[in-house]
Ligand binder design. Structure first.
Ligand SMILES: Cc1cc2nc3c(=O)[nH]c(=O)nc-3n(C[C@H](O)[C@H](O)[C@H](O)COP(=O)(O)OP(=O)(O)OC[C@H]3O[C@@H](n4cnc5c(N)ncnc54)[C@H](O)[C@@H]3O)c2cc1C
Length: 379
């Protein structure tokens, strides 16, 4: 049998693509060289943070709409799969320390009523006193108060990928342990790296996280991105699940629904082993997380995790057909925001593949043509 679509990579991007493709009536095979959700999507942080509403542009609007529509999709997914995802729109607090930041935050307060009015919902963005949260965020770091936003949310990455896999099971052919090698476009043959397995398909989607870039090279002759390694950690702390996430200068503290608090992250371009926990990389963000959230001081560290984020050289995610008439599609490169937008990227891609009315138009800089042009321009 020949599938309409083989999706290569079952991370958050590949799983949502399979879900929308299935819902669109396409026959789908989802392959992963490891297990579903075992790559960069196996993390623990799960922050779903919006762009700031001090101004608006097509990328910000895409992101805001994605975050706005996620709870409904999650509700449907949890119902379909019978599993929870740990999703919660619990908001975010940021300490205000200096005048410049306060001024920018005031522009956000002013811009939110216009930019964060999405559909029927208006998301709040306000400056508040530390008072109500003095037990949760270190007041010494917030001499000018706090910013509180209502659009930020959290999800448990491992639970979400598990729920997606469960919702697909029995309806999508899922093959774990199949490492993609090459695609014979003319014959519609998807061949494993060792040459021992083969699947027939009309189209493929490369959703292999950071490894997409090397898989794309034979098709484009270009290197379009790279993998950036990061670490995060998990503390055990009960009774804080409904409190807002904290963010300060690159450090996140994200309470989850299961009595854990995730903190992160580090970022390193140079790395050898994608999974090795490099203790020296964890020290700085963990210390800063404890300073930001003193309740973590006595909380046990339950786990540390390392993984690789896909990052396109042209910065934004890359989504779409490789070129007119081609049977090769790509979805990769959400870097730090993949969990908040993967569903909307996946739906836009499936609409392209199935020729449906494009309801989730992509920002120009997300399109493959843009990435190819940027790569050629920059040599
Ligand atoms: C420390 C850290 C913290 C993060 N925190 C957040 C956060 O708070 N919020 C957020 O939104 N994002 C966060 N991210 C980013 C996010 O996790 C990633 O951007 C996202 O998981 C990428 O998803 P993906 O589906 O593109 O790739 P992946 O999840 O990496 O999936 C790709 C899959 O493809 C498979 N694969 C690769 N090559 C092949 C092949 N040849 N054949 C078959 N299969 C193949 C892999 O096994 C893998 O399962 C974080 C990342 C890190 C590292």
């Amino acid at each position: 049998m020949i599938s309409d679509l083989v999706i290569i990579g079952a991370g958050i991007c590949g799983l949502w693509t399979a879900k929308f493709a299935l819902d669109a009536g396409l026959s789908v095979t989802l392959i992963d060289k490891g297990a579903c959700g075992s790559g960069g999507s196996h993390g623990v942080l799960g922050a779903l943070a919006p762009h700031l509403p001090d101004s608006s542009n097509e990328k910000k609007r895409f992101h805001w709409r994605a975050l706005d529509e996620l709870p409904l999709l999650i509700e449907q997914l949890e119902e379909e799969s019978g599993l929870i995802t740990g999703y919660g729109r619990t908001g975010r607090l940021m300490p205000v320390r200096v005048e410049g930041f306060a001024k920018r935050m005031q522009r956000c307060v002013d811009g939110a009523p216009e930019h964060w009015q999405i559909g029927k919902w208006s998301y709040g963005f306000e400056m508040i006193d530390v008072g109500p949260y003095a037990h949760w965020i270190n007041p010494e770091l917030a001499p000018m108060g706090l910013v509180h936003d209502e659009m930020s949310a959290r999800v448990a990455p491992r639970l979400l990928t598990k729920a997606l896999k469960a919702a697909l099971s029995g309806r999508v052919k899922i093959i774990e342990g199949f490492e993609f090698g090459h695609f014979d476009e003319a014959a519609g043959r998807v061949v494993s790296r060792d040459g021992r397995q083969e699947i027939r398909s009309k189209n493929i989607v490369l959703a292999a996280g950071y490894e997409t870039y090397s898989l794309l090279e034979p098709f484009t002759g270009l290197q379009l991105g790279e993998g950036t390694k990061g670490h995060s950690a998990l503390f055990g702390l009960e009774g804080v699940a409904d409190l807002p996430a904290l963010y300060d200068n690159g450090v996140y503290v994200v309470p989850h629904s299961d009595g854990t608090v995730a903190v992160g992250s580090s970022s390193q371009k140079e790395w050898c082993d994608p999974h090795e926990i490099e203790e020296d990389q964890c020290v700085s963000f963990m210390e800063r997380a404890v300073e930001l959230c003193p309740s973590l001081n006595k909380a046990p560290v339950l786990a540390k995790w390392a993984g690789i984020r896909p990052r396109c050289f042209a910065k934004d995610p890359m989504v779409g057909q490789l070129g007119e008439g081609r049977n090769v599609y790509v979805l990769t490169g959400g870097f730090k925001i993949s969990f908040g937008i993967a569903h909307r990227l996946a739906r836009a891609l499936v609409e392209q593949i199935s020729g449906a009315q494009n309801a989730s138009a992509l920002p120009e800089s997300y399109k493959v043509a843009y990435h190819l042009a940027e790569a050629s321009r920059n040599g």
